[in-house]
Design a protein around this ligand. Structure first.
Ligand SMILES: C[S@@+](CC[C@H](N)C(=O)[O-])C[C@H]1O[C@@H](n2cnc3c(N)ncnc32)[C@H](O)[C@@H]1O
Length: 264
């Protein structure tokens, strides 16, 4: 068994973390994950969706650092790949602190390996539907000072939280914990561009541990609560402060809305 495969993993059941890793060209996935990804690619441009979401995350972290954010709580952080949050952040500010949170053990095991020699970053296995468990975690308490501004990241994850678990209330609970001046970044699958493709994708993900729940613009917008969206507001991922104007072509193809908001 290789070091990144934790014990107790059911390799036959695909996970979002490993499907995403495969779509981004990573090597931490099993054949069931690759099969799901290939089925997904038949109904949605999933490789572009993953890449564009990851690029949005990179821009968000650079933006937050430029705004003076020095600590990040990354919910649904995924399997480490290119441009991980702590790498982007610590390159710009070596003192930046990051806690990664994921409920998938391959993602957490691999993150822990990567962070072995990094005192300013940690990975924990926890479910974002349990905010209080996360706030009480020893690494969160050690690395995140909630009396100071925090960069809260919920990037590419809320589509895995069903309405029944009230992602709006979960987002509210996290927002409530943040000091004024904190930033909240969120991206999520939407129906709005390709409803038929999304319907088919829902079926594809039904056979995984992470069924998906795409949402409308309004539903995603509500997750920001009373925070103030920074320019350009809630848009498709490539439209959020692109590095080059040419990157924005065919933005709706990303099928994820994204924004960043500040607590006043
Ligand atoms: C598509 S990946 C996104 C990774 C990274 N945030 C990014 O945008 O590049 C979604 C991740 O969310 C995780 N996830 C799904 N539901 C979760 C939950 N309830 N709590 C914590 N993590 C969750 C999955 O395991 C997966 O690693």
């Amino acid at each position: 068994m290789t070091e990144w495969v934790p014990t107790g993993i059911d390799e036959e059941v695909p996970s979002a973390a490993r499907v995403y890793d495969y779509l981004l060209g990573g090597g931490h996935n099993f054949s069931a994950d690759r099969a799901l990804a290939e089925n997904l690619l038949k109904v949605l441009p999933a490789r572009d969706m993953a890449r564009l979401n990851r690029q949005y995350l990179d821009r968000v972290v650079r933006y937050m650092i430029s705004e003076g954010i020095t600590q990040f709580l990354d919910l649904g952080s995924g399997i480490p790949t290119v441009g991980n949050v702590h790498e982007v952040a610590q390159k710009l500010n070596p003192a930046a602190r990051v806690v990664y949170v994921d409920n998938e053990s391959v993602a957490v095991a691999h993150s822990e390996l990567m962070l072995r020699d990094n005192p300013n970053a940690a990975a924990i296995e926890a479910d974002m539907r349990e905010p209080d468990v996360i706030f009480a975690n020893e690494h969160v308490r050690r690395l995140i000072d909630f009396s100071q501004p925090v960069g809260l990241l919920m990037v590419g994850v809320v589509q895995f939280v069903p309405d029944a678990d009230d992602p709006w209330a979960i987002a509210e609970r996290f927002r409530a914990e943040l000091a004024p001046g904190s930033y909240f970044a969120l991206s999520a699958f939407t129906w709005d561009n390709a409803p038929e493709g999304m319907r088919a994708a829902i079926e594809v993900f039904k056979n995984s541990r992470d069924p998906i729940f795409p949402r409308t613009y309004e539903e995603i917008l509500r997750m920001f609560g009373d925070f103030t969206l920074v320019e350009p507001g809630l848009v498709y991922t490539p439209e959020w402060r692109p590095d080059r104007a040419s990157d924005v072509a065919d933005a709706s193809r990303s099928n994820l809305y994204a924004g960043v908001a500040i607590k006043g």
